[in-house]
Design a protein around this ligand. Sequence first.
Ligand code: GCB
Length: 611
Amino acid sequence: MLYPLETETRNIHSLDGLWRFCFDAREGRDSEGLEKEIYRAPLKETISMPVPSAWNDMFEDQKDREFCGWVWYEREFSLAPPKDDESLILRFGSATHRAKVFLNGEQITEHTGGFTPFEADITGRVKKGTNRLTVALCNILDFSTLPVGNYKEEEIPGWGKVVENSPNFDFFNYAGLQRHILIYRVPRNRITDITILSDFEGDQGIVDYNVDLTSSKGDVLVEVIDEESRVVASQTGQRSSLRIGKVTLWNPRKAYLYTLRVRLTEGGVLRDVYDESFGIRRVEVKDGQFLINGRPFYFKGFGKHEDSAVRGRAVDPVMNLKDIRLIKWMGGNSLRTSHYCYSEEYMRLCDREGIVVIDEVPAVGLMVGFGAAMHSGDREKMPKTWEAMKTADHHRDVIGEMISRDKNHPSVVMWSVGNEPESWTEGADEYFGPLLDLARKIDPAGRPATCVLMQNRSGREDLVAPLTDVLCLNRYYGWYFSGGARLDRAMTYLAKELDHWHETLPDKPIIFTEYGADTVAGLHDTGTVMFTEEYQVRYYQANHDVFDRYPQVAGEQAWNFADFATSQGIIRVQGNKKGLFTRERQPKQAVFTLKERWEAIPDLGWKKPDR
Ligand code: GCB
C-alpha cells in the first residue's frame, strides 16, 4: 500500500484537527448508537477531541479513561468536487481497534485491527457543500482480536451489568484515531502499488521493480534518483530490472536513500507520478549470523512503545525524532516495533536515520491467563490456549497488511509475527508454523521471519523456536526470575539456557529482544536492591557479561526505551518502569552504562573483532 504523498498529480486534504466525540450510551460490545443508527444525524452532546490522539488521556475520571466499548467521532468537511479523471480516497493511518465509517449517514467502510492503514474510495459519495464524516470505534479486545484481551460481562447485584476488559498484555490499551486521516485526491488511472527489491554486485546496485496500476492503459517510465537529485538509472515498463553504477548502500546508521520516480503517461500526457524512496542493501541469515550487506550485524537498541504522556500512542513527529536521536546518541542501531506496527511516519524516519527495525504485528497476549503463567496461578484449570484463541484468520490479515505496507522499507530487516505466545503447549507449532511461512512467502524480498519468545517456567520445550529464522528471546533472569541478591545466581541460569540453545539450535543467531529491570528514577541504594538505579546498572552489566561469552548472541535490545503506561495492577507503579529513560525522556543511570558499551560495538561488523 502506498504512503499518501503529494506529487504533481496527487494532493492531500488533511482531516486532522478537532473532531467532535462522545461515548456510546452503552458500555460493552452492543452499541446502542449502532442499533439506533445515530450516525444518520449529527451526534448529540459531544465534546472536542483532537485527531490524531488517543481519547483516553483526555479524561481525568478513570471510568471515562477506561471506558470499554464503542465511541463516536464526527466532523464536517467540504472540498472541490473531483474532476472526471480524479478519484477521492478517504484514508485512515489507523483506527484502534475496530472502525465503522459513515459518510453523510451511510456506511462506507469498516476495518478491524488498530495499527494499519485502510482506505475507501469516496469519489461518487462526496456532496457539494458540507459533508459529515462519522466514525464508530470499538476498543474491545478479546480472544478473537489482536492484541488479545479478556472480555467479561457480569450481572453484579446493586450494579447491574458490569463489563470488564483487561488487556492480556502489559501496556495501556490506548484507543482512538491516533494517526493521520486525510482525503487523497488522485488520478483515476493511477499507480496503486510499487514493489522494489534491491541487491548489489560489487559496486553495482540492482533494483527490480514492479508497478501496479488501476488499468492496463498507459506507459510507465521509471527513474532512480540519488540524494543529489541526479537520475542514475531509468527504464520503461511496469516491471523490470535496473542497474546503478557506483552504488551507495543503505547501512545501519549510515542511511542512503534513492527515489524510484514512477511516471504514468497516456499518449504522452502525464497521468500520475509517485516517488517511492528505498535503500539498496542485502539481509541474510547465514552460518549462525545475521548479515547486512554481507557483514555480521549486532543489534544494539531497544524494544519500545509508541507512548507518551497525554498523546497516548498518537503519531508525534517531535517525540519520534527525539527517541531516534536518543537511541543514536547512546550508540544504538536498532529497535523492535513492540508490540504492533508503528506509524508509517515512524518507519520512514527509521529509513532516513538508518535505524534497523524488527517489524512486529500486534499479536501479543496469545496465552490464556497471561498473568497466571508468570505469577503462578493455577493454569491447569484454565482452557487450553490453542483451543481458546480464535485469532488465526485475523492474524493472517495483520501479517498481510504489515508486509504490504512496509515491504519497501530498507530499515525493516525481519518480520516478527508475535510476541510471547504460549509457545510450549500443544498446538503452538501448528498455529505459528503457517504464519511464519506466510510472512516469508508474501514478502517479495523474503526477509527472515521470527516470533519473539517468552521465558517459561514449565521446563517444557519451546515448539516455535525451531520454526523461526532467528531466535528472539525475551529474558528476565535477575528480574522476574532470581532477582535482587540472587542476581549472580540468575546469570548461571542464563548461561545454562544459552548452552542449551547452542546444543539444540546451533545455527540460529540469538537476539535478546527484551531484558530489563523496573527502575524508579531517583531511587538509590548501596546494596543489590531491586527498583533502584544502581540495580538497573548491575542488572545490565551482569547480563552483558554472559552475552559476551556466546558468539551465537547477535544482539541485545533492552526493555524498554522509556517508562510507559500500562493498566493498573500490583506489579506496576503508575506504569512499567523498565525504561532506560523516564516517560519524559530523562536518563536513568544505566543509560550511561549502555552508551559506553554500545559506542564500543561497531554499528555494522561483529561485536568482537575476532569473529
Ligand atoms: C514482557 C513483555 C512486555 C512487558 C515486559 C515486562 O515479556 O513482552 O510487553 O512489558 O515483559 O516488563 O514485564
